[in-house]
Ligand binder design. Structure first.
Ligand SMILES: Cc1cc2nc3c(=O)[nH]c(=O)nc-3n(C[C@H](O)[C@H](O)[C@H](O)COP(=O)(O)OP(=O)(O)OC[C@H]3O[C@@H](n4cnc5c(N)ncnc54)[C@H](O)[C@@H]3O)c2cc1C
Length: 484
């Protein structure tokens, strides 16, 4: 099947009802439920871009199996040009949601595409797993499967080390092997897009290492979201079912996060990619270098989001006429610095890209890591804060669309207009600012950026342990030895 359309994505979700719980309700159809349907529409619109004659250029490539046009994020990048083409796709999908939908399908597609190039790694101890990875990639590429993922186990207590304290009763655990597959029980967090995806990929992460004894929690697999025993427990929805004017982001881009419970779920052998080998699971990220590819998607989206926030802040300033105030100029300049810094990280990672041992062109890790460390800790929370500081009370003096149609409508029009904007235009800009920096949707955006790529403290520790600091130390040693 060639790259799918939005209608095909929606039909697929309808055909395969999954167990999704939201505020005490078992959702019958995720495509029509008010908490989820607008997010579904947005994902569908992304898929439509692949087939719409006016938009599809640069969104697909020819399948190596069938020659059909399939999603470009399934292409193994072999050259700098491949990376740059893929970045074009990432940027277009990110712009659709102004960077607010993070789990557009390209995020996981490029991850699993990095696996297929490194398929030999998966088969080192169990040759059948190499074949499973190759077949699965072909399956998701040819069927344009929409994926979610869960990497982190729920934990009843935290460990102070990078090795998680796993409890067999809580963490996702293999409880038996059968002729047809493995049976797993336990829980995982947190599947963003989970309730509205086709399949869920479950695999290890370098920021939550497995201890030697954790071989029953050491695995990688992928299964359909409607697999019996799989349950998604959603947080409350930030789509309040209000007009786009009132909640421009929440009413469109709810990608939903869910905790996932696995109640004796059977994973067929052909869907198992790693099993029981703690070292292979702990080293999988470094070996496949998949993280560099997802980092390209993440940094591209962060650039888009930063540009969007800069544009929004500038419109807010123009609307209320605060552009001559020195601290306002300083804050907008701070947004410019953030944007240019992120663009530089992305550009450096692509300019310094190298072919890895699997023949894949990989963006350079260090500039990506710099962006990934700065954005969650310093850049995005500060951007949201700047939107609040620039907005002040205008973020409260905020008529809903319906207010304009009431008997106080003429007063709303008169009193809320500014020198440069009508009351309606002002409300439009500031509703958007509210949804970015103050609403529940906006709060979740900040939390997402802080934690989606793993705990920022652990990420910083990973950087400390993997970045080659020896050349820098050597320069200092040489200076200390200097006699002149
Ligand atoms: C909105 C959102 C969406 C997400 N989407 C996904 C997704 O789609 N897929 C997925 O797999 N995951 C997803 N995540 C989950 C993310 O991977 C985890 O939140 C992240 O790994 C951190 O784990 P935690 O939330 O349990 O935090 P915790 O580990 O509980 O951290 C809480 C606090 O304790 C500190 N802490 C705890 N243990 C340590 C330690 N050993 N060393 C240093 N500090 C420590 C942390 O620094 C932090 O301050 C998402 C998270 C959020 C918030």
């Amino acid at each position: 099947m060639p790259a799918k359309t939005g209608a095909e994505y929606i039909a697929g979700l309808k055909e395969r009802p999954r167990e999704v719980w939201i505020r005490g309700e078992l959702v019958e159809d995720v495509t029509t439920h008010p908490a989820l349907r607008n997010g579904v529409r947005s994902v569908a619109a992304l898929y439509d871009m692949q087939t719409d004659p006016a938009l599809r250029d640069g969104m697909t490539f020819n399948s190596p199996s069938t020659g059909d046009a399939v999603g470009l994020s399934f292409m193994i990048p072999r050259t700098a040009d491949d990376l740059s083409q893929r970045q074009g796709l990432m940027s277009r999908w990110a712009w659709y949601s102004c960077g607010m939908m993070a789990r557009t399908p390209d995020f996981l597609n490029v991850n699993l595409t990095a696996w297929v190039a490194a398929a030999e790694y998966f088969g080192r101890n169990r040759p059948e797993f190499e074949k499973n990875v190759l077949n699965y990639h072909e399956y998701i590429r040819e069927n344009d499967v929409t994926l979610t993922h869960t990497l982190v186990n729920l934990q009843p207590r935290r460990s102070a080390s990078v090795v998680d304290n796993l409890d067999d009763q809580v963490a996702l655990t293999v409880i038996r092997e059968t002729d047809s597959g493995i049976v797993v029980r336990g829980s995982r967090m947190l599947a963003t897009l989970g309730p509205i995806s086709d399949e869920i990929a479950v695999y290890p992460t370098r920021t939550h290492l497995l201890g030697e004894e954790a071989w029953r929690q050491a695995f990688s697999f992928a299964i359909p979201c409607d697999t019996p025993g799989l349950k998604f427990l959603c947080r409350e929805s930030f789509d309040l079912d209000r007009p786009h004017f009132d909640h421009p982001l929440g009413s469109r881009f709810e990608e939903m996060d869910a905790v996932v419970f696995f109640d004796n779920v059977e994973v067929p052998w052909e869907r198992v990619f790693l099993l029981g080998d703690v070292d292979m699971c702990n080293n999988y990220g470094g070996a496949t270098q998949a993280g560099g590819h997802t980092a390209q998607q993440v940094t591209t989206r962060c650039v888009v989001k930063a540009e969007f926030i800069l544009g929004l802040a500038s419109l807010m300033v123009e609307t209320i006429g605060s552009g001559t105030v020195p601290h306002v100029q300083e804050k907008v300049s701070e947004l410019i610095v953030f944007l240019e810094l992120l663009k530089a990280c992305l550009r450096a990672a692509e300019a310094d890209a190298q072919v890895n041992e699997w023949g894949v062109m990989c963006p350079a890790a260090a500039p990506m890591q710099a962006g990934r460390n700065l954005f969650p800790r310093m850049i995005y929370p500060r951007m949201a804060e700047i939107i609040q500081l620039l907005g002040g009370g205008s973020l409260m003096a905020l008529p809903a669309e319906a207010d304009f149609e009431t008997s106080i409508g003429p007063e709303v029009e008169r009193y809320l207009a500014t020198d440069s904007a009508s009351a309606r235009d002002r409300a439009g800009v500031f509703h958007l600012a509210w949804d970015v920096a103050c609403s529940a949707f906006g709060g979740r955006q900040v939390l997402y950026e802080r934690f989606f790529g793993g705990d920022p403290v652990r990420n910083a520790m990973l950087m400390y342990n993997t970045y080659d600091r020896e050349p820098s130390m050597q320069r200092v040693r040489e200076f200390l030895d200097r006699k002149d």
